[in-house]
Ligand binder design. Sequence first.
Ligand code: FUB
Ligand code: ZN
Length: 659
Amino acid sequence: MNSRSSKKNVFFIGLMSLAFNSQAQTNKVKIEPINFSNVNVTDAFWKPKMDLVATKTLDACIYQTEQKTARIRNFEKVARKKGEAHEGVFYDDSDVFKALEAMAYAIKTSHDKKLEAKADEWIDKIAAAQLEDGYLNTYYTLTGLDKRWTDMSMHEDYNAGHMIEAAVAYYDATGKRKFLDVVIKWANYFDSLFGPGKSDWVTGHQELELALVKLYRVTNDKKYLNLADWLLSERGKKLAKGYTWTEWKDTLYTQDQVPVKEQKEITGHAVRAMYLYTGAADVAAHTGDKDYVTAMRRVWEDVVYRNMYITGGIGSAGSNEGFTNDYDLPNEQAYCETCASVGMVFWNQRMNSLTGNAEYIDVLERSLYNGALDGLSLSGDRFFYGNPLASSGKNARKEWFGTACCPSNIARLIASLGNYIYGYSNGKFYVNLFVGSNTQIKVPNGDMQFTMATNYPWEGSMKCTLTMKKKVSLPIAFRIPGWANGIPAPGNLYSFENTIPNAKPIMLVNGKEVMYTIEDGYAIITQEWKNNDVVEYQLPMTIQKIKARDELLQDNGRVALQRGPIVYCIEGADNNGKAWNVIAPAQSIFTAENFSVLDEKVVSLVANLPVIQINKDGLSAQTIMQKVRAIPYYTWCNRGSNAMQVWLPTTFKNEKINY
Ligand code: FUB
Ligand code: ZN
């Protein structure tokens, strides 16, 4: 049996749901993330990346979407009603919507009028392609409407889900309703066809579920929440019978083997899984359905404890773009789709929100800074679809892909980074990610501004200034990253070789060290705050060697390097063109050194290591000591195709030498 394919604006604290307020708080969650539109990112690491996305990345997406490919032309063809042929693939509409969603976040942050005009132009074209009954899909409208809703695998619901997400983001960003009205009309139409007492439907590529919850939050119309809940309940009943599934592989592939509430294992297509569980968490956040939370925890453990790369990437196999057997995590062949890491960010944020536990943000952070960020070039206009952990030099970042889900997905994630930094609940303010930014929160006796300044991820110190008119009593909870607490990832799949004695986060208030309590992975300081109080939070930025469990055969006898949230790799560009001839013995010591990968200023790790060299006779080899440099994994392959390794052998016998 083939083992690789066999398995399985001001955030108003305390406000209740209001119609047309997508920042509304649900009372079923432990931590409500503060919406990106209420967070001003000023960070030295992320802000330039957000600016890059708003310019270079979106320029690339726009160029590809409306000029290089027919994605926008398909909408124009529908509106012209001249019987023109559809061009491209049946899920191409989704790329238009995801780019629009990224544009919405970027417009909110950059106030770019030109970008807003482009978004309005696209929205007009999309609206013009909507049919009288609400249907909107260029593929079926141009190839034959008689076939619509006959094949669950054909992404009609998936495309529409991305359309809804984009419309909600655009409404949030601009207050303009046109696009929102289009998707409300679509959702009402879908609701007239499917649901209890109507036709069955199993989403072939999950996405609509989470989108409908967003639509519910913005409209306060419970019908959309009920529909999302119902779509979840359709899984695991073998309802696909009677429908064609052209893209169908098996029920494991789309997580349709058993009802969602009974699921125990991660299976199948990684992006589908991430969107499904994100949607389930969203539904649970509003319905309070604990069965979803229990099931998701079981599946989450299966992902994180047995099936996650050290980069936070998931889905090791290209054959199903997804999961195989437990511990089957090859490095050079790793698929690790960028979208799957983006999905890890979504799902883990929802899990943190539902449970109040910081360990989900640890996983989120790992995927964000490593597996996901690797998907975008430093230039902002080249992309990785898969993100391997080793390369013999054949990988290259691409301008675009035939299936182009990843570029706009990484764009919308980075553009919406503000969504992941802060949270609030029950009178407690949470700092989940360490990103220079500020947010204004309304507390019972007035407003408070929280301003965080930091050089994270290169330095571990955060300086937070609180400004307010009246004194405020408010517990502030800072996440204690697992990596700062001896735990690279929950579940012991990975462990640190070196434990750092007495390394624990330090907290100071106005320069004096203070005690904090620890709860659910957060360091919590509770006191009455006055204007201009300064809280400093310091994390130990130690270079750590990571080893994997023995079951991860590909990593046996190897170590990976991490400093803060950043996973490192050795790349040929820094090491005489080679990365597979390096040995990192147990006693090797790495030190941090400032470095630049192109224009990206990073902290690199350097060590004097034995490297294997072929002698002039071409027959014999020797080891020489050489200064070896490791760079952040997300920066690799920006200087051309290069050999690369994340997991370094600690002895000769484990090395596959590539000269
Ligand atoms: O199914 C089409 C695309 O393939 C989706 O957008 C992604 O999940 C990718 O895996
Ligand atoms: Zn993708």
